[in-house]
Design a protein around this ligand. Structure first.
Ligand code: IPE
Ligand code: IPE
Ligand code: MG
Length: 251
């Protein structure tokens, strides 16, 4: 039995969905079959996030480095993405889910961009859960783009070296307006961040599981959330300070 305390649920869960290829290989199937099965896990995790009332879910669906994969695999992933967004639109509308994307989305094929933009527009007023897909996303590229934007503002005289703050940097990232993730999940046993949300993960709790993404369904997700609730987040303070303030202390 999984025991979850509603007040202690994370506000923002981020997931590196890894292991589709290995899942397929174990079954002597094509890697694409693994991605298809992985889409089912996405469905289940999105649904559960919404049911639990978690307001932010960010999924690493395609990294900037994933463009290096064989063309047929990239094409299949793009097709799958398009199909997924189309198929899920109705449920997102019914369940108050807002879809958005982060990354160099302009690099995706035109037809995929169009489907994404349409879904983002249609779900824009939804308020319950924000589902963010990281697409052609890389943390270093995000920082590069942020620095470029800040230097542009400086060139126009709007920013000076003395006015660079963490808030200004946050506002210049793709994730502007989003809280930092409380929990990062990575499936498939890999222990690396693979260029995901490098700035935002500063104090995120990390949950690693050997389960491959296509096998990461509701039960596994609830297990991760349960483990998260057992963690003590200190943000640099001492355990005593945290315990004394019952989680309400401020930095
Ligand atoms: C994750 O599964 C999906 C994407 C990166 C798009 P992989 O395709 O990386 O699966 P493995 O790591 O090869 O098993
Ligand atoms: C990370 O997985 C990217 C996504 C899940 C979209 P990868 O499979 O691309 O990561 P590496 O190459 O093993 O680090
Ligand atoms: Mg992988």
């Amino acid at each position: 039995m999984v025991n979850l305390v509603p007040e202690k649920l994370p506000k923002h869960v981020a997931i590196i969905m890894d292991g589709n290829g290995r899942w397929a290989k174990q079954r002597a199937m094509n890697r694409i079959r693994g991605h298809q099965e992985g889409a089912e896990s996405v469905r289940e995790v999105v649904r559960t996030t919404r049911e639990l009332g978690i307001p932010w879910l960010t999924l690493y669906a395609f990294s900037e480095e994933n463009w290096r994969r064989p063309r047929y695999e990239v094409n299949a992933l793009m097709k799958l993405l398009k199909r997924f967004v189309r198929a899920e639109l109705e449920e997102m509308l019914q369940n108050g889910i807002r879809l958005q994307s982060i990354g160099r989305v302009h690099k995706l094929p035109q037809d995929v961009q169009k489907v994404l933009q349409e879904a983002e527009k249609k779900t824009a007023s939804n308020r319950d859960t924000v589902l963010t897909l990281a697409l052609s996303y890389g943390g270093r590229q995000e920082m590069t783009d942020a620095i470029t934007a800040i230097v542009r503002s400086a060139e126009k005289g709007e920013v000076t070296s003395g006015s660079i703050t963490e808030e200004l940097i946050e506002k210049s990232l793709y994730t502007r307006g989003m809280p930092d993730p409380d929990l990062l999940i990575r499936t498939s046993g890999e222990c690396r961040v693979s260029n995901f949300l490098l700035w935002q993960l500063a104090y995120t709790e990390i949950y690693l599981t050997p389960t491959l993404w296509p096998d990461f369904r509701k039960e596994e997700y609830l297990k991760a959330l349960e483990e998260y609730q057992r963690r003590e987040r200190r943000f640099g303070a001492t355990g005593e300070q945290v315990a004394g303030a019952k989680g309400r202390w401020e930095l």
